[in-house]
Design a protein. Sequence first.
Length: 374
Amino acid sequence: MKITRKYIFWQEFKIANHEFGLHFVEDEFKEVLKPGTHRFFDPKNKHRVEVSSQLSPFFSNTKFEEIVLSGKLKDLAEVIDLKDNQWGLVWVDGRFYALVPPGRSAYWLGPKEVKVEIVDTNTVRFQHDALQQIINSPSGKIALDQHVVLPHHVGLLYYDGKLVETVLPGLYVFWKYTVDVKMVNVDLRERIVDILGQDVMTADKVTLRMNASFGYQVVDAQKMAQTVEDVQQALYRETQLALRNVVGRRELEQFLSDKNEIAAEAEQMLATRADSFGVKVLAFGVRDVILPGEMKELLNKVTEAKKAAEANLIARREETAAMRSQANTAKLLENNPTLMRLRELEVLEKIVESGKLQVIVGEKGLTDRIVNLL
């Protein structure tokens, strides 16, 4: 309450140029006092005046409803009545001022230019050209929720637990107190998963330890969200099952000789399941196969025996070929005496060049001729 002067039977109130006075008698609102000096005969002290400043664009008072309904604010303030699904965006002198909640409110007509923009909150997502100004204001933080979809991601938007749509990277703002909004980021980049130490048994009951890896990428985020809770865990499990399937149908020797074929078959099985999750398998490979210690020794012995047998076979083939060549040569020389004499002379020439002579020949005439030559 504002009292400038108080006399025995009078009260005097002075209202500044930027103010209005709210005059009450016995706590009942009577009128709005304009700037200036006002006197009231008040021997029983029943009058009081509350001051409302126009420096604040909006009018507020504990008896706001009573004052508004009296109609005494006409031509002094603009009353707006927002429904439950409406909020007001208040602009003062062209700058954003505040968000006004549903209900009745009033703003002074002058000296500042006030504009109220009414927005329907049934449209849960809030969009505006001045979005950053609005969401960074104190009232914006109270009324609005922000959700960010990161680069290289898409966002799965849920209203009250129901998937509504898939949105691209960016900032999204929603009204509070309308529906329960949830935004789930889904990474669209390739991810690599290692599968280590998987014990797999072959058809002939040999236990192998395998290390594998696969790469995948989400191609249908909605399908993935509606099909599987944890896509990476699901793909990990499917890879384990695929390896057990393709290895368990082969014996060890077949497995070792067909590792690439086995990897391709496992990848095809994994890709089929991944497609049902909304995911694409980009790569798959078996990195390591670890055999039990005793099996390594056996395989080494088998390999060693195979190599020895192959070496013996090659040696015998070469010996056979050499003998066959010698037999063919002997037959040729036997049927051609002149060729035989030439061959003997070639051998003799090589012996002479070496400086040593040890010749055994079967024909007497040839021996005599060789001696004569020497």
